[in-house]
Design a protein around this ligand. Structure first.
Ligand SMILES: NC(=O)c1ccc[n+]([C@@H]2O[C@H](COP(=O)([O-])OP(=O)(O)OC[C@H]3O[C@@H](n4cnc5c(N)ncnc54)[C@H](OP(=O)(O)O)[C@@H]3O)[C@@H](O)[C@H]2O)c1
Length: 283
């Protein structure tokens, strides 16, 4: 990336944004927390973008609690749909590009193979619907990065939950009928930087490799921690008690083929990064 290219990251205290800040050159990058910039407020977005004059806005801000989105559809639409619309409206005025982070939940999860970027969307939850509307706000010159099952060393996520439970004898039940690609924020941030550097446009799936069910992911974590796996029981989605309010895709596996077409290597297999992350979390 040219040293002149300025990057502004929204939702700056989120788990992905925190790793983006570490990966991007700090002198070219500004990150604004929710408190510093609420993307639902058009006038605030306009003031911030006119002040910082970014070439690229990375929108890592979102209402990410999938179940709460079912209860709060208005707020979900404000943050996940109107927020990106605001960014585009102002980006038009200051000639900036927008990189919108999106999700596997734009798909219904019924396809019998990994999803490629051009596959039909059909979200089954309020979260997925509002995130898709966020994608639809983008222009041809913008970038959409769909990722899945995000976890890392910042914020709260399933990996940290499993690591904490593994220190106890508490039983763990994980569904074995939803499959996806775990994605580590530190790896996803590196690929996002590469996409920004080559000024890529369009939609890209960016995940770690290695499809697993949630049960299999939890099993891998316990195994790599050297913990007994008998705490762990596989269940079906129907056996979740209470049932989760939002429908999750059964097949969340995103094929990263578009990265190859622009000469980039997809993020590594999740088993390559997991030991490093576990060392960091357990030390
Ligand atoms: N987590 C996943 O498994 C997953 C999977 C696929 C895709 N994604 C996508 O990846 C992106 C990053 O996710 P993440 O896991 O890093 O999310 P996260 O940790 O929940 O961070 C989201 C950030 O957005 C902020 N935010 C919420 N409403 C805002 C608003 N109106 N204006 C400005 N900031 C606001 C939040 O601040 P507060 O905490 O103060 O509200 C939070 O700091 C999101 O676009 C998400 O949809 C996530």
């Amino acid at each position: 990336m040219s040293s002149q290219q300025q990057v502004l990251i929204t939702g700056g205290q989120g788990q992905l944004a925190t790793d983006l800040i570490q990966v991007f050159n700090s002198s070219d990058t500004v990150a604004l927390s929710h408190q510093q910039l609420d993307i639902t407020q058009r006038s605030d977005v306009e003031a911030a973008l006119r002040h910082y004059k970014p070439d690229v806005v990375i929108n890592a801000a979102a209402f990410t609690d999938v179940d709460k989105c079912e209860d709060q559809p208005v707020q979900a639409r404000l943050v996940n749909s109107l927020g990106p619309e605001n960014l585009i409206a102002v980006a038009n005025k200051i000639d900036a590009r927008v990189l919108q982070i999106s999700t596997d939940y734009v798909f219904d999860g019924t396809l019998g193979r990994p999803y490629i970027e051009s596959d039909d969307t059909n979200p089954q939850s309020i979260y997925g619907q509002t995130k898709l509307q966020g994608e639809q706000a983008m222009r041809d010159r913008d970038l959409i990065v769909r990722t899945s099952w995000l976890c890392g060393s910042h914020g709260s996520n399933i990996l940290k939950t499993i690591v904490a439970l593994a220190q106890t004898d508490k039983p763990m039940r994980f569904v074995n009928d939803q499959t996806g690609h775990p994605s580590f924020t530190q790896d996803i941030a590196v690929t996002i930087k590469q996409l920004v550097e080559i000024e890529a446009q369009g939609t890209f799936h960016v995940t770690n490799q290695g499809p697993v069910s949630w049960y299999e992911f939890a099993y891998s974590i316990l195994e790599m921690m050297g913990r007994p796996t008998h705490q762990l029981t596989p269940i079906t989605t129907d056996q979740l008690d209470p049932p989760r309010p939002a429908t999750r895709p059964t097949n969340s596996v995103l094929n990263n083929q578009a990265l190859l077409t622009v000469g980039l290597t997809p993020p590594p297999h999740f088993r390559d990064t997991l030991p490093l992350l576990l060392k960091e979390l357990c030390d």
